[in-house]
Design a protein around this ligand. Structure first.
Ligand code: HEM
Length: 447
């Protein structure tokens, strides 16, 4: 098959149809684009490859069995100019970094951080609520994931727009984005150098990386910075895309929106269905390290393979009526977060972000209406499907959060201090015993 190219504008405009055609006609096919690669579109095949990391590897230098020379691999096609942390490693290195980072992003950790996530959702909504208008991308979808990641990593909150915009533009390969990425990586190295000498009050994944030993030696600063860069890239524009898709969809389908308003308990299930239906991550790449097969189709050692997550999530053999967004879909085993060894580290966080945001937006802006004539989708979706602009209006409402006047929300440690001080004042006035945050609460985060 010639002509398939997940970087093309034609693909961005028509991906559902393009994937459906491939699934029917040639589920494991080949394209000449970007030096040639295999395109895998059926749910079973995509999952089979993701669950077989010995044969379908993530690392960037692959010497296939029986081949004379190394192939350039990695999880994108074409290969990224820089390594993407453990995403582009295989065991044992990938497992080492996963073990180090997983506790910070587990279901429990995310649940414990929920009130912090809520603070940031409130701050974003408070910034626009009295005006009755916003751009969903600039005012919600872009700032929220960036603020959440910086807060969680204890990085300067005022960097949200610099970092967020760079990662946002890199997602659709805006001109100059490679230079901006190099700037961001340099900036992170500098921030981490200072951080190593001045550890913060509340320990974060960044400090776990800076204090880690690998192969009996302290982890080099460059590698720690690479991991932090991975967390930011993984955590920011993916969620940006998902939030914008979700808000736009609910504005265009008021009956579905009203169901969620009437029964907010449906929101977590709806968030999974939105992940399936919109599949913000278009697909991921692997390299076959040995001759193998997917279904009846042979794959040769050294071939680059594109696992089309968006297509797997639309496969009618796995999902009944896949082209319908069914808010209460059951047994939704979607692959929007991948599967197996490299399954998204931020899956719990990403889902919690969307759930909190929808809950609050539907409550405070129930009549939010996106002006579809002003919506601009990414011109290309090689990595992530999202939007550049999405103007919207709603009935204005009151500001409710304590941080609404701040240009940037204060960092978590500061918010905890203020909350404790407020409680102390209230307690002193009422004569009650005063609550103080314990170490555990200070890290986990209930106020
Ligand atoms: C809607 C939001 C998100 C989507 C759709 C998404 C999607 C994905 C997918 C498909 C993978 C697998 C990559 C592969 O197999 O090659 C992945 C991995 C990863 N994601 Fe996410 N992600 C999202 C949010 C986040 C967030 C909030 C974080 C923040 C921590 C994050 C961090 C990561 C990391 C670090 C990996 C690499 C895991 C590894 O290689 O072991 N992601 N993500």
């Amino acid at each position: 098959m010639d002509g398939f190219d997940h970087h093309s504008e034609a693909f961005a405009r028509n991906w559902r149809h393009e994937y459906a055609r491939l699934r029917d006609e040639e589920p494991v096919s080949r394209t000449d684009a970007h030096g040639g690669y295999v395109v895998v579109t059926r749910y079973d095949h995509v999952k089979q490859a993701l669950l077989n990391p010995r044969t379908f590897v993530c690392r960037r230098e692959v010497t296939p069995k029986g081949a004379p020379e190394a192939v350039v691999g990695g999880v994108t096609i074409p290969t990224n100019p820089f390594r993407m942390g453990m995403m582009e490693m295989d065991p044992p290195d990938a497992t080492f970094f996963r073990k180090l980072l997983v506790p910070w992003f587990s279901a429990r950790a995310v649940e414990a951080a929920e009130s912090h996530l809520g603070d940031l959702v409130t701050w974003c909504l408070d910034r626009v609520i009295t005006s009755g208008r916003m751009d969903v991308v600039d005012d919600l979808a872009n700032p929220l994931p960036a603020l959440i990641m910086l807060d969680l990593l204890g990085l300067p909150m005022q960097n949200w727009s610099k970092y967020g915009v760079v990662l946002h533009q890199a997602a659709y390969r805006e001109k100059g984005s490679a230079r901006q990425i190099a700037w961001l990586q340099g900036d992170l190295r500098q921030v981490l150098t200072e951080r190593r000498d001045h550890p913060p009050e509340i320990s974060t994944p960044v400090d776990a990386l800076l204090g880690a030993e690998h192969d009996g030696r302290p982890l080099p600063l460059d590698v720690a910075a690479e991991m932090v860069f991975m967390l930011l890239t993984g955590g920011i524009d993916t969620s940006t895309g998902l939030i914008a898709h979700a808000v736009c969809y609910l504005s265009a389908h008021p009956e579905q929106r009203d169901r969620l308003i009437a029964d907010p308990e449906l929101i977590p299930g709806a968030a999974d269905e939105m992940l399936r239906y919109f599949s913000p991550g278009t697909g991921v790449a692997r390299t076959a390290v040995e001759d193998t097969e997917l279904g009846d189709a042979p794959i040769r050692a050294g071939e680059r393979v594109f696992l089309a997550l968006g297509s797997a999530n639309g496969d009618p053999d796995e999902f009944a009526e896949p082209d319908r967004l069914e808010l209460t879909r059951e047994a939704n085993r979607h692959l929007a977060f991948g599967a197996g060894l490299h399954r998204c580290l931020g899956a719990f966080l990403a889902k919690a972000e969307l759930v909190l945001l929808l809950r609050e937006t539907l409550r405070r802006m129930p009549d939010l209406h996106v002006d579809e004539s002003g919506v601009r989708a990414y011109p290309t979706i090689p990595l992530i499907s999202g939007f550049q602009a999405m103007p919207a209006t709603f009935t204005p409402g009151p500001v409710v959060g304590p941080m609404s006047g701040a240009n940037v929300p204060p960092p978590r440690a500061e918010r905890l201090r203020r909350a404790a001080a407020e409680l102390a004042t209230d307690g002193a006035e009422s004569g009650e015993e005063v609550w103080q945050p314990t170490d555990h609460e200070a890290v986990g985060g209930h106020r």
